[in-house]
Design a protein around this ligand. Structure first.
Ligand code: PDD
Length: 287
């Protein structure tokens, strides 16, 4: 039975319960994080915590737990759930707590709900070997996509659209620009240059995106954070997705049309290898 953390207590997952008045349930009034764990070590923990801190501040959420507490709880859950070996994730969610329904904030003193869990995952290495297909989907989201809010309805609809079409992911299109995927960031190679939508309020600044850009700089790959557009898709030499549970994932088909030569590209592979070197730095055996 997995152990989870809820509001100061470590509990068996099955005995954890939430109020039906929780504002996460009623309004989607909360933020979340998903952090990769490799052989018991949180990957890029400080970047996840920094993003969480920005989200909490922008949403005016004030949990009792500090960011340092969150990291300590994450590490304890990894240990208590026997995840010292292999691949795992820690999921975290913080909501504005339980209170009678009002659109404005609940009374002062209402405790934020803080929930963390940890579980083993299998990274999609098999899909990576051959590449995946994606479809486009209108970016119907709000204008603060940089906050990792649990209000994920557009992402849910977009990902289901991908499932309905038998493909891996949907990529959002806003005024002809490719912004990002439903739960991934997007990169393309055009005229030998690596491009991705600029960090802004219109995408989530992915931790894997940042690591990928750092690796591109290390490898001397020309990079520009300029968006690319629907009309650029036929010129794409390569295209790939990045994310905590996706790593660097080559895309070989968009809306039924082949990307480049229809096979995972060499820039994508080099970037995956660079990201994997960091992921598995201390522990190459896990791959
Ligand atoms: N999603 N863009 C969106 C909209 C996301 O939801 C995510 C992550 C990313 C990639 O960010 P990162 O590299 O920090 O994981 C980009 C998580 C994994 C999820 O919803 O499960």
């Amino acid at each position: 039975m997995p152990t989870i953390y809820l509001n100061g207590q470590y509990l068996p997952r099955e005995s954890a319960t939430l109020s039906i008045d929780d504002r996460g349930f009623i309004f989607g009034d909360g933020v979340y994080e998903v952090t990769r764990v490799v052989n018991g070590v949180l990957f890029e923990s400080s970047r996840h915590l920094a993003r969480l801190g920005r989200g909490l501040a922008d949403m005016r959420l004030h949990p009792e737990e500090s960011l340092a507490d969150i990291e300590a709880i994450s590490n304890r859950l990894v240990q208590e759930n026997g995840l010292q070996q292999g691949e795992a994730i820690v999921y975290l969610q913080i909501t504005r707590g339980a209170a009678p329904r009002t659109h404005h904030f609940p009374p002062a003193g209402t405790r934020c709900t803080v929930f963390l869990s940890a579980k083993a995952i299998t990274p999609p290495h098999a899909e990576r070997a051959v590449g995946v297909k994606v479809v486009t989907y209108p970016d119907i989201r709000w204008s603060r996509c940089d906050i990792k809010t649990v209000n994920l309805i557009p992402a849910v609809l977009a990902k289901q659209h991908a499932m309905d079409h038998g493909v891996f992911e949907s990529i959002f299109v806003r005024e002809s620009a490719i912004t990002e995927g439903s739960h991934t960031n997007c990169f393309g190679v055009i005229d030998g240059e690596l491009r991705t939508y600029p960090a802004s309020n219109l995408i989530l600044g992915g931790v894997t995106r940042d690591v990928t850009i750092e690796v591109a700089h290390e490898l001397g790959i020309p990079f520009s954070d300029r968006p690319f557009h629907i009309q650029d898709l036929p010129r794409l030499q390569e295209f790939f997705l990045t994310g905590t549970t996706t790593d660097v994932m080559p895309v070989v088909e968009i809306d039924g049309k082949a990307v480049g030569n229809g096979r995972p590209g060499t820039v994508t592979q080099a970037l995956y290898d660079g990201v994997a070197r960091r992921l598995y730095a201390a522990t190459p055996a896990v791959r």
